[in-house]
Design a protein around this ligand. Sequence first.
Ligand SMILES: Nc1ncnc2c1ncn2[C@@H]1O[C@H](COP(=O)(O)OP(=O)(O)OP(=O)(O)O)[C@@H](O)[C@H]1O
Ligand SMILES: [Mg+2]
Length: 517
Amino acid sequence: MTNLTETREVLKNYLKARIPLVVIRSMERNRCADVLASLAGEFRQMPFYIHTRTEGLKQLSDGMLVSEDASLPAAIDYATNLIKRTEYVNFVFTDVEELDDESPTSRHFAELARLAEAHAGTIIVLSEKPVWTGLGRLGMSVTLDLPDADEMYSVIAGLVDQYRGQVQIDWDAEDVRAAAGILSGVTETEAMNVLASLIAGGTLTRDKLRELSEYKDRILGDLAGIERIRLSEDYRVGGLKNLRTWLSKRERLMIADYSHTKVSPPRGVLLVGVPGCGKSLSAKAIASDWNLPLYRLDMAAVLGMYVGQSESRLREALETADRVAPCVLWIDEIEKALASGGDGGTSRRLIGQFLFWLQESTSRVFMVATANDISSLPPELTRKGRFDEIFFVDLPDPADRAEILRMYFTSICNFDLPPDLEGRLVQATDSFSGAEIRAVVDEIGLTMYADDRHAMYDDATLLQFFSNTIPFAHSNAEDLDEIRAWGRTRAVPAGTEQLYDATPRGTTVPGRRIVMT
Ligand SMILES: Nc1ncnc2c1ncn2[C@@H]1O[C@H](COP(=O)(O)OP(=O)(O)OP(=O)(O)O)[C@@H](O)[C@H]1O
Ligand SMILES: [Mg+2]
């Protein structure tokens, strides 16, 4: 990575060394031009000229036009003549096409560079792509990367501060820092355009931070291999306190600037456990709480129809994730594509590819992988150090069920549960998953509105709704035992810490049987 300051230093040395051809790799003409203008200010004894397609050839110091003909050939002619007559001149060419391959233009530039070498001149070319090797060999190149977090911060802060007082701006330094994080990966001009559009809307409230990532999606265009999940509501998770506490400590790391330290961004979590207890919900809640965009990588879709396609699809998907970072990348049912059984060759290579990315990628992609079928999870994936943590999501305990019940009665039935009824419902929902509780409350809500009732049902009727449901934990007790046995040895409990007890299944509260590794 080369940031603006480093690029400037390198360029300064190239100019001092009178390198005949300097290629600046960048897609940001204006930023490059600013750096060059400031360097021209330092090297006052040497003249600098800049050519752009629209404005023609000008002196960099005062913007004076030096030739009536704005065309590139005219600029090359002018440069050729001047370099022959004068030493220590510098010419900057900003939008030259066909330099990436051998072409008449690239050969012209090679000639010009040779001439410059004989007369201590320097030809500077701005180019998005690498130039033809025959040309590149005549000089040196430097890459100006997109603005880093610090630079983006000052760009945004500059613009925001300019409009404080004129429009309602609620953003403080921390919000600006978050915005800078979200806009990483776009050019300075694009960032300014996005910000200006938001400010033009008349208010810059905190919730506008969410819109930033949508703008960014539009700028980046095609999202190959991953799908953007729009978050519509607030996703509240009941229980899972351990997981939630763990997550809250990582939030800041997704946007904080620690580029000067050896700290690496969080990688993500693997959530395994009992169906319907909030694994997928947690993926959405994390993105929503952290104000980050959520993308889903569909592992089933990665498995292409043709041999060899899966790998390129996975590569494409992971590259896209790196580009859209910072983000939450949700991989649902990760075991589907990486199953240890099945077509050995392909899944082996996919696992290797995935683990390599997990280890090597430095972008701020927080992965939330979920798995249902633990028996087919490849052991490589669950080894320590792959994910930051593996959490086991168990059935909600009584306190969690109370929280989930309250939550859904309030939001779906518009009814606040009185404590005594809550206690009875907690008992009635023994062994229920969050999804099962939600389904019953949904049904209550539905029936209530269908009956056109505005009052709540009486307690007995309410309890009846719950006793009509046989929870998965009862109908699939063996599956549950297997999942739990797995979780006990390989994962950290996502819920409140409470040691697993030996309560035989089918009896009262299943509880959270946890053994810390
Ligand atoms: N802990 C919880 N708090 C609140 N709601 C929950 C909780 N667990 C489940 N739900 C409700 O159940 C729905 C389904 O849960 P979710 O999709 O997260 O389950 P899952 O663990 O991913 O299950 P599966 O293994 O079947 O994919 C959620 O959208 C939510 O409405
Ligand atoms: Mg799920």
